[in-house]
Design a protein around this ligand. Sequence first.
Ligand code: 13P
Ligand code: SF4
Length: 315
Amino acid sequence: MSITTLQKSDLQEQVIRLKKEKNAVILAHYYQEPEIQEVADFIGDSLELAKKAAQTTADIIVFAGVHFMAETAKILNPSKKVLLPDLKAGCSLAESCPPEAFRELKQKYPDHVVVTYINCSAEIKTLSDIVCTSSNAERIINAIPPDKPIIFAPDKNLGKYLIEKTGRKMLLWDGACIVHEAFSLDKLLELYKAHPQAKIIAHPESEAHILKVANYVGSTSGMLNYVKQSPNHTFIVATEAGILHQMQKDVPEKILIPAPAKEDNTCACSECAFMKMNTLQKLYNCLEKEDPEITLSEDIMHKALIPIERMLQLS
Ligand code: 13P
Ligand code: SF4
């Protein structure tokens, strides 16, 4: 039977069989399709996924996420095969920071410590002093000696949020996430009027006016923990809609409402088109063929490992 005719459950069975046969591990981000999350060995936020990648004893890592996440796994495991179901699964933040332009900025401010959000290419990581994710960014910034000026890239929204939280002055790269910049404040406030008992929770990649009205701001895992621990019953969730799958599983009795996107957003549903490029079929195909594979030069891996390891030590 051709694999294209296999149904979801058959495909999932085949994926589970293949990963056992090949000693492969599937690491998935919360924004992946539910049918992919269901066959993953581990689901997490960027930091947890990087930690899992650093610890795994599997021969093959299949990264169900976006390119920069798979690259990070490869940098942490240069001798292992790291697969990404669709190599075109990029990230608007990573794309907003081309290495040449970033190198130029860095040269203008040679005394600055360079902190980069993990949502950037491996080449940008080679130009960084330390990497951070949304769950450890505040701690990383606070660990930098107060007299040291900082360049923060590529997310200006997370950067502005960190300036406010830490009181540190930082030079910000002008990058943003297309998904988190698509939330409409007007629609959010209208929704809140209809659900005044709801708590608003938001990812720090969202714009400042969204974060200002949020009751909780944190990474995807942070948001999941908040919803689990909160005595509240209703939540308006301002991040990529894929998180609702795990969240609803964690709190089946609670009401979760996705934050509304602006009218001009392509799907008005806050989905990351990059994350959604991975499908169960592509996951099966890549595990079967062991392709597409993430490849990076030794030099890039060696240099990019330094700021990632600094982050892991501080996390
Ligand atoms: P987290 O690290 O919070 O999971 O964020 C990843 C991401 O890409 C958010 O858009
Ligand atoms: Fe990148 Fe935004 Fe998609 Fe996250 S949600 S992978 S930051 S484009």
